[in-house]
Ligand binder design. Structure first.
Ligand SMILES: C[S@@+](CC[C@H](N)C(=O)[O-])C[C@H]1O[C@@H](n2cnc3c(N)ncnc32)[C@H](O)[C@@H]1O
Ligand code: SF4
Ligand code: SF4
Length: 336
């Protein structure tokens, strides 16, 4: 940004680690009547200077504009492909100002929710154990083979980006200016790109009845429920209002402690791998999401070809009504 600096500008540099002092100095200059641009990397509101300024009482005395920027997770994601294509979380591993127990609890929650996680401040010369610990936590919720993108100095000289996995990540290649993007159980490597599928975005606009059948009709699909018990929704078939779920007989109950992943050991049983219940609105999201074409549209709810199903649980993730229950995870008690 030196090309923006003119002779009339006064530059006030300060070292990393003195952010509070830098914010206070900027406010003091502004209160003295100067126009001040407080500069930081990425977006000022994300682990940046904006909160340090705005949390100060002195901030109310000056006019402030927060200018948005491109945060490291987005710059890194663009280099990697589209790893943030579905729900994700940003977690800083810096425990200088945040207790490690808090960071660990957030990692556990992000892991349990199967979120893609962009790790900021992953490692420095003095903080080396946090990244392996974080990967260990996330690795309990998703396969060790989950794709991980490692991006250093995005948009700067010496920019580096590479793909690895949770189990193969070489932490020595991670530094102060690196962002580590850990995929969810749905994240894939496609060619050289790291991609998290959109899921809902592939939902057809109408009901599954409007779509051509997929899968092999000779393979003997299994009817997964009684068409007579389809729930009726107001308005056109489709997603409906997510709150609709609450108007059935209580909230949709999922009893999974975490989303099943492709890493889970398939249960050995003659039961079909999953069941689709009366909460199905025939939106078709699962049909178009299934990578194996194991689900085919049918009049009231999709049918499953168990021989094709790889138990990846992508359909469970994408179903907006919670109508798909993997084998072995049926709720105890009420069965829709
Ligand atoms: C204190 S945070 C500042 C974040 C910044 N405000 C932003 O929105 O990107 C510093 C962390 O951001 C990440 N980071 C900042 N610049 C980066 C870059 N050019 N490439 C990759 N990661 C970067 C690294 O994880 C680094 O440890
Ligand atoms: S099971 Fe879920 S995703 Fe599949 S058609 Fe029914 S409501 Fe849609
Ligand atoms: S679990 Fe995977 S393979 Fe089986 S029906 Fe669902 S999306 Fe298709």
């Amino acid at each position: 940004m030196t090309d923006l600096v003119e002779p009339r500008h006064q530059l006030v540099p300060s070292p990393i680690g003195r952010e509070s002092e830098r914010a206070a100095a900027a406010l003091a200059l502004a209160r003295a009547g100067r126009r001040v641009a407080l500069v930081c990397s990425g977006d000022a509101g994300i682990y940046g200077m904006a909160s340090l300024v705005l949390e100060s009482e002195a901030a109310v005395e000056v006019e402030i504009e927060v200018v948005p920027g491109v945060t490291a997770a987005l710059a890194a994601a663009a280099l990697l492909g589209a790893p943030l294509g579905h729900d994700h979380a940003l977690v800083s591993l810096s425990d200088l100002l945040t207790p490690w127990q808090t960071i660990e609890a957030r990692l556990e929650a992000a892991g349990a929710a199967d979120l893609v996680v962009a790790l900021y401040n992953p490692r420095s010369s003095g903080r080396t154990w946090q990244l392996p610990r974080a990967l260990g936590i996330l690795g309990r919720y998703r396969p060790a083979s989950t794709p991980v993108g490692v991006v250093t100095d995005a948009g700067r000289d010496g920019q580096r980006a590479y793909l690895t996995t949770i189990e193969d990540l070489d932490v020595s290649r991670v530094g102060m200016t690196t962002t580590v993007v850990v995929g969810s159980s749905q994240t894939r490597v496609v060619g050289t790109w790291m991609v998290t599928p959109r899921g809902y975005a592939h939902r057809p606009h109408g009901s599954v009845r409007d779509h051509h059948a997929v899968g092999d009709p000779q393979a003997g699909p299994v009817d997964l429920g009684d068409p007579g018990d389809q729930l009726t929704h107001d308005g056109p078939a489709g997603l409906g209002d997510p709150d609709d779920r609450l108007t059935h007989d209580g909230p949709a109950d999922r009893v999974l402690s975490r989303p099943p992943t492709a890493h889970d050991e398939p249960l050995r049983t003659d039961e079909p791998p999953l069941r689709i219940d009366a909460r199905c609105t025939a939106c078709g999201a699962c049909v178009v999401t299934c990578p194996e074409h194991a689900l085919a549209p049918a009049r009231h709810r999709p049918t499953l070809d168990p021989a094709r199903c790889s138990e990846c649980w992508a359909c469970v993730e994408v179903c907006p009504t919670g109508a798909i229950t993997p084998r072995g995870h049926e709720p105890i008690g009420r069965q829709p």
